[in-house]
Design a protein around this ligand. Structure first.
Ligand SMILES: [Zn+2]
Ligand SMILES: [Zn+2]
Length: 261
């Protein structure tokens, strides 16, 4: 399973980080974990096959995490050559179907009927949802907004857990237990903690409690970037930590979540 941290930023405009988007490729799956502003152009800049995206998994309904989803559908409708025939599946916590149906009258009915098969589905917490014969999706509620979930992708070779936006959570650590790569939000500096986001030290503590092999930090608001978040998280974790940049690549499995570049 390959992970590319496409967008490691937030809603805060940044010259170097676009809003949240993480690309996972495995077999025929091309998955986006969140699809925030700037995702499409960043995918193109990184040479990733945005035309082949099979699934978009939304972690919660803050618009920096899904705002580019309508543009993805629009781009797939009008700019793929030959015209797209493969289905696109949009998954998220309960409410994702209502979100898309609410957006459609404003954007246009093409959002629900773009000319290729498209499906929207609310995923229930704790119920494994197969994405193909090998890869299972699971979600778990996290303390951020009422609908917010963390996302787990489990393949025979390893398990990736993405926290989405979350505050500290013992339950999340337990659920993520033993994952090969923990992709954790790292919004705020250690001296500005909030219950709805993680700091570097709290991300490191989460990784330690979960016993993950590797911690990758994402979702940086500008103030946390000045505090060497990887070093602080590593001090709390005691394992390997990467403060991801847009375009970083990782491999899950075949040796355990090593960075491939
Ligand atoms: Zn959020
Ligand atoms: Zn966010």
């Amino acid at each position: 399973m390959e992970l590319v941290t496409v967008g490691t930023g937030t809603v805060a405009p940044s010259a170097h980080r676009t809003a949240p988007c993480h690309y996972v490729a495995r077999g025929g799956l091309r998955i986006l974990l969140d699809c925030g502003a700037g995702s499409l152009h960043r995918l193109a800049a990184l040479g990733l096959p945005w035309q082949q995206v099979s699934h978009v998994i939304v972690s919660h309904f803050h618009p920096d995490h899904w705002g580019e989803l309508p543009m993805l559908v629009y781009a797939l409708k009008y700019t793929t050559v030959p015209p797209r025939r493969d289905p696109l599946v949009v998954l998220g916590p309960p409410g994702v179907v209502r979100l898309l149906k609410t957006l459609a009258p404003a954007y246009g009915e093409w959002l629900l009927d773009p000319g290729f098969p498209i499906g929207f589905l609310d995923v229930q917490d704790g119920e494994p949802f197969p994405l193909d014969a090998d890869v299972n999706l699971e979600t778990f509620p996290v303390p951020h907004t009422p609908e917010s979930v963390a996302v787990s992708l489990t393949a025979p070779e390893g398990r990736l857990v993405y926290t989405g936006d979350t505050g500290p959570s013992v339950q999340l650590a337990r659920w993520a237990s033993g994952c090969d790569l923990l992709l954790a939000e790292c919004s705020l500096p250690d001296d500005q903690p909030l219950d709805m986001h993680l700091t570097p030290t709290r991300a490191g503590e989460l990784a330690r409690e979960a016993g993950t092999r590797r911690l990758v930090l994402t979702h940086f608001y500008p103030p946390v970037e000045t505090t060497d978040p990887a070093r602080r998280a590593a001090a709390a974790f005691g394992g390997p930590v990467t403060a991801a940049k847009d375009g970083d690549r990782f491999t899950i499995g075949g040796g355990g979540g090593r960075a491939s570049c």
